[in-house]
Design a protein around this ligand. Sequence first.
Ligand code: FES
Length: 99
Amino acid sequence: MIPIEGCAGRDIVTLEGLGSRQRPDPVQAAFIEEQAAQCGYCLNGMIMSTKALLLLAVASSGEAEVIEALRYNLCRCGAHIEIMRAAMRAAGHLAEAQD
Ligand code: FES
């Protein structure tokens, strides 16, 4: 989290700015592929936190880094397994893990 005054002069990307229905961002595509939602209430935070992790860090993001990045986003539906699979897919680890 960052105070609003800390955003002055900076670009802000929202979930709607990541991709489109026709061309979803790779993180959005991973969440779709893993069917990582029930009600969808938590998805903005889950997707944007995953995107931030991948933008800021991290080709080497593993499960521990993903858990840390998503820890402030709570899923009341209990879709955590699918969400983790989507985040790991987005990070490119799921395919590697299945090889
Ligand atoms: S899918 Fe419902 S809160 Fe996460």
